[in-house]
Design a protein around this ligand. Structure first.
Ligand SMILES: C[S@@+](CC[C@H](N)C(=O)[O-])C[C@H]1O[C@@H](n2cnc3c(N)ncnc32)[C@H](O)[C@@H]1O
Length: 211
């Protein structure tokens, strides 16, 4: 999963190197797809995952970080970058065969984002997500100062709320949470997904299909 101790351009360039190196221990990529399949990456950063996984097509990457998207534009012309929020996608209904979200759903209003992802996926379209488990949020917390601990307390509260009700609240305009298997499964079902598969190992991988 992404190393969040790195910031901005350093982070995105480091993740691109990892994405291009299948032997790297942190290498984690979505599955290969037929070339005709249209892919959208939510929280794509500089498009690192798309550049490495789907170089054989024009794909779509969406992020709120304009600087990351500008970096992405300097790295590839195979990705259409869109600057927007995951919670409100400026994209038409039923357009995509696959939506991926690698390490990004921990920073968004998950339920609103899943609703939007479902809307832009075609029927039987696939969703692939790499999520953040508690262990990762906890190891990050070890590096925090007191402000970080206040934000961590918010993340824990928000995550418990999501686990129980699939709802979240923002703090100072930002979202933060880790996911549980129950919370994400319930949220997927409520938002029109089926065929949910969860793999827990070093990574927390969830796939589902749009009904
Ligand atoms: C940990 S990075 C993951 C980047 C990339 N997917 C990867 O795997 O390296 C999380 C990304 O989510 C983006 N992000 C955060 N909140 C967002 C939101 N509400 N809508 C869209 N993107 C968001 C951030 O700007 C950042 O690029």
């Amino acid at each position: 999963m992404p190393d969040r101790s790195l910031k901005g351009e350093h982070y995105h360039r480091a993740e691109l190197r990892i994405a291009l190196d299948p032997s790297h221990p942190e290498h984690l990529q979505p599955p290969p797809l037929p070339r005709s399949h249209k892919v959208l990456d939510i929280g794509c950063g500089a498009g690192q995952t798309l550049i490495a996984a789907y170089p054989d097509r024009i794909s779509f990457g969406l992020d709120i970080d304009l600087d990351a998207l500008k970096l992405g534009r300097s790295l590839t012309d195979r990705v259409c970058f869109v600057c927007s929020k995951a919670e409100s996608l400026p994209l038409p209904n039923g357009q995509f065969d696959m939506v991926i979200a690698r390490g990004s759903l921990s920073f968004v209003d998950t339920t609103s984002s899943l609703k939007e992802i479902h809307r832009v996926l075609r029927r039987n379209g696939e969703l692939w997500m790499a999520l953040e488990p508690f262990s990762e949020a906890w190891s990050q917390a070890m590096t925090y100062n007191y402000k970080g601990w206040i934000f961590f307390a918010y993340i824990v509260l928000n995550s418990v709320l999501f686990h129980l009700t699939q709802k979240q609240f923002p703090l100072l305009g930002r979202y933060g949470s880790f996911q549980t298997e129950r919370g994400i499964s319930q949220a997927l079902i409520k938002n029109g997904f089926e065929g949910i598969s969860i793999i827990r190992g070093k990574d927390f991988l969830v796939t589902a299909r749009s009904r």
